[in-house]
Ligand binder design. Structure first.
Ligand code: NAP
Length: 280
């Protein structure tokens, strides 16, 4: 089992030491509406920020907020001198075009890497901000010294926030990457060829033990709330097949929070000019 919790704790310590040596770092989150899962994520992000000394601002807007009002709030945060990083929690309520909102964020403050400029930089192999979850996937693979160059990697899920950036990061590390999704004809056969499997779907127990190549590394990004607690996309018996596997909870989740903190430090460095942000 890959211990995301322990690794995240180490990274948070490193971030806290870095933050102590910098001017106050401001991270703003924007939550529209009262989705309970989003509320939990936002709380975790603020708690973690505070613990490492990052000053977080919790902007909460009613579900009835219009797209124009939300764009206006984002612009205010873009202009705020005390704010280095901005994260708009997704999903947004129906009627708000997420692409419009992410495009309104100042690319230099876009810690989730969803602005077309930052997404494009990743596509071109010159990453600026990459979302915390895909970075967490790579950090876990690196921490366990998983060989990526030449390896066959299967990413299940093609969302802009997890699947696509995770696939691009793996490609950049010279893996041979296959991206699977809901229309993939034979998911079991695709997974069976993989040395590294990244499951980012949100379908409990989708990945079965008999699909997985013996000794493969399996990263379970999925989180589904059930009566039995949080469960991932990977069936429990995969533990017997995989060489390495991330638990849910305690794998990608805590690492995602740690990587968000890293992105906030990056934001402060970009804004201070100690790290060069490419001209957009
Ligand atoms: P999403 O936007 O709903 O994307 C899900 C992807 O899974 C889509 O690309 C979809 O394909 C694909 N899919 C759906 N059913 C499938 C099936 N039966 N076989 C193969 N592919 C299938 O979700 P997301 O935002 O990427 O998140 C994915 C999961 O990760 C969720 O459980 C989420 O809660 C979790 N998550 C965890 C963290 C963390 O910190 N651990 C962070 C973010 C997300 P189509 O594109 O064809 O519809």
């Amino acid at each position: 089992m890959m211990d995301g919790k322990a690794l995240a704790a180490r990274i948070r310590e490193e971030v806290a030491a870095e933050v102590a040596g910098l001017s106050p770092i401001g991270l703003a989150t924007v939550l529209v509406g009262d989705d309970p899962a989003s509320d939990v994520y936002i709380r975790l992000k603020h708690k973690a920020s505070t613990e490492v000394g990052i000053v977080s601002r919790d902007v909460r807007l009613p579900a009835a907020t219009t797209e124009a009002e939300l764009v206006e709030r984002v612009r205010e945060l873009n202009a705020a001198g005390s704010i280095d990083g901005i994260l708009v929690q997704l999903p947004l309520p129906d009627g708000i075009d997420e692409a419009r909102i992410t495009a309104a964020i100042d690319p230099m403050k876009d810690v989730d890497g969803l602005h077309p400029f930052n997404a494009g930089q990743l596509l071109l192999g010159r990453p600026t901000y990459v979302g915390a979850t895909p970075v967490a996937v790579l950090a876990l693979l690196d921490a366990y010294a998983v060989e990526l160059a030449g390896a066959s990697a299967v990413v299940i899920g093609r969302s802009d926030i997890v699947g696509k950036p995770a696939a691009l990061l793996l490609l950049q590390r010279h893996a041979t990457v296959t991206i699977c999704h809901s229309r993939t004809r034979d998911l079991a056969a695709e997974v069976a060829r993989a040395d590294v499997v990244v499951a980012a779907v949100g379908a409990p127990g989708l990945v079965q033990a008999d699909w997985v190549k013996a000794g493969a590394t399996v990263i379970d990004v999925g989180i589904t709330r059930t009566e039995a607690g949080l469960v991932g996309d990977v069936a429990p018996n995969v533990e017997q097949r995989a060489g390495l596997l991330t638990p849910v909870p305690g794998g990608v989740g805590p690492m995602t929070i740690a990587m968000l903190l890293r992105n906030a430090v990056k934001a402060a460095r970009y804004r201070a000019g100690t790290l060069a942000f490419p001209a957009s």
